[in-house]
Write a protein that binds this ligand. Structure first.
Ligand code: ATP
Length: 273
């Protein structure tokens, strides 16, 4: 039940973390953390505030150097790589940071072009703009959003613009850090649908940090639970519910968890017509 998953072969594992230890000064955030993310899945990552979900993501993408442990992405060790090798691995993933993290002085299209220019400096401006416009529309934004500045967009539009930039390099792996935070329930559900549809169409593997129970029920194949400095369990929601862990029971069976189950059942009934 907890990582590593016995049924998945090494080729099916896109992210493999073993014995991870991270921290800041005297504070240890993770200790002995293991996690496998399987190819083509949407893995939800949950845990109480401060349990280290973002630090885990930052460690995987190389923004935080672990104290010890192994991290492999696409079968390649990502810790301490030489810059050209690290760049080749980074080029294969996209990241939507909390809040979108758009450059405020650039338009949406220019934001999407940033990674393209960085990795493909030889691309001419007309092609950059064409790809920028395509990615904008792909995330459900109207074409008129492309020349707008982030300050001119709603919260939901900013998230989509951030997603468009994350998809700029046609990644195989997508990191989403609380993508629905701050959105109203309708906007959040629409963003979930967009994530699920892009995941299917593009065959993405998705590492999704969230506090949003509706998102977990609606689109996640499996959920990893962070507590006690580790991934204490990973599995489908029914598998997690079968565990007798107080935080897991409180999280999924508390009032908000029950509301999310009711909502997902109602949604499925509507889908069946
Ligand atoms: N740059 C940093 N310097 C010092 N401490 C940090 C830094 N980044 C994170 N931390 C600490 O690491 C711990 C884990 O932080 P992290 O942001 O990963 O938590 P989280 O699970 O993502 O929380 P939340 O759900 O509230 O976003 C926290 O105690 C935080 O204060």
């Amino acid at each position: 039940m907890s990582a590593p998953a016995p049924s998945a072969s090494r080729d099916d594992i896109v992210i493999r973390v073993r014995n991870l230890k991270t921290g800041f000064g005297d504070q240890i955030v993770h200790d002995g953390l293991d996690l496998d993310v399987r190819r083509g899945e949407i893995l939800g990552v949950v845990g109480g505030s401060g349990t280290g979900k973002s630090v885990l993501m930052r460690s995987i993408i190389g923004l935080q150097t672990p104290i010890e442990g192994e991290i492999e992405v696409f079968g390649e060790n990502t810790i301490g790589r030489e810059e050209t090798e690290a760049t080749a691995i980074r080029r294969r993933w996209g990241i939507l940071f909390q809040g979108g993290a758009l450059f405020s002085t650039l338009t949406v299209s220019e934001n999407v072009q940033v990674p393209l220019k960085e990795y493909y400096p030889q691309l001419d401006q007309a092609l950059l703009e064409e790809i920028g416009a395509y990615k904008v529309v792909m995330t459900g934004l109207p074409p008129e959003a492309a020349p707008k500045y982030p300050a001119e967009l709603s919260g939901g539009m900013k998230k989509r613009a951030g997603l468009a930039r994350a998809l700029a390099l046609d990644p195989e792996l997508l990191f989403l850090d609380e993508p629905t935070a701050g959105l109203d329930p309708i906007g959040a559900a629409a963003f979930d649908e967009l994530t699920a549809s892009l995941q299917k169409t593009l065959g993405l593997t998705v590492f999704l940090i969230t506090h949003d129970l509706d998102t977990l029920y609606a689109i996640c194949d499996r959920v990893a639970v962070l507590a006690d400095r580790k991934v204490i369990a990973v599995g489908t929601i029914p598998e997690l519910l079968a565990l007798d862990h107080p935080w897991i029971q409180e999280y999924f069976n508390g009032p908000r968890g029950r509301a999310a189950v009711a909502g997902s059942k109602a949604h499925r009934a509507e889908d069946r017509g």
